[in-house]
Design a protein around this ligand. Sequence first.
Ligand SMILES: Cc1cc2nc3c(=O)[nH]c(=O)nc-3n(C[C@H](O)[C@H](O)[C@H](O)COP(=O)(O)O)c2cc1C
Length: 191
Amino acid sequence: MQTKQTTKSRLEPFALDRAFTFFECGPVMLLSAAKDGQNNVMTASCHASMGFEPTVGVMLGAWNYSYHTLLETGECVACVPGADLMRKTIAIGNCSGADIDKFKTFRLTPQSAKIVKAPLISECLKCLECVVERKIAVGGAYLFVLRGVAAWINPHRKERRAFHAMGDGTFVIDGRTVDMRDKMTKWQDCI
Ligand SMILES: Cc1cc2nc3c(=O)[nH]c(=O)nc-3n(C[C@H](O)[C@H](O)[C@H](O)COP(=O)(O)O)c2cc1C
C-alpha cells in the first residue's frame, strides 16, 4: 500500500553496522535447551527460516550459556511466544541460565517434547523441536542451522499475536492480517 509523498523522496545512507535490523523481523523466539536434566531458555531474534523442511538458522553468541548446551546436546526447541509474554521474553534475554533457573523464575511450564530432551514451553504459541545440523562461524557469532523434527501449536492461547524485534530495543506487535489467498494463484498448493 503506497502513502502519498509530499516531497520527492530519496533513500539516504544508513549505518552499515545497524543494517542487520532491516531484516530482523521474524517473531522473537524463545529457545529452550536442557543439560543434565536442567532446563534453560534464552531469547533470540536474529534468525531466519532457511527452507521448507523446516530448517531455521539462528545466530548464537558463545557468551550465551545456551550456546554451550546446544553444542553439547545437539538439540533444542525453538518457540514463538505471544505478545502477552513480551516483557517476560525480554527479561529472559537479559539474564543467564548459568546464574538462575529461568523456567522457575519466569514461571514457564516445561512440557515434554516428543523427540528431543529440551522442553516445549506450554505458554508459547508454537514450538519446533530441533536438532543442530550445522554450526557456521559468521562474524563474531555462529549460525546454528536447526532442523525441525516435530512441531507443536497451542490453539488455546487467547493472545495470538507474535512480536518482532527491530534491533534497537523497540518491538512491533503483529497487526492487521490481510487475506490475499485468492491472489496467490501460483501458490495454491502451498496455502
Ligand atoms: C530481544 C532479544 C533478542 C536477542 N536475540 C539474540 C540472538 O538472536 N542471538 C543471541 O546469541 N543472543 C540474543 N539475545 C541475548 C540472549 O538472549 C542473552 O544473552 C541471554 O541472557 C542468554 O541466556 P543464557 O546465558 O541462559 O543462554 C537476545 C536478547 C534479547 C533481549
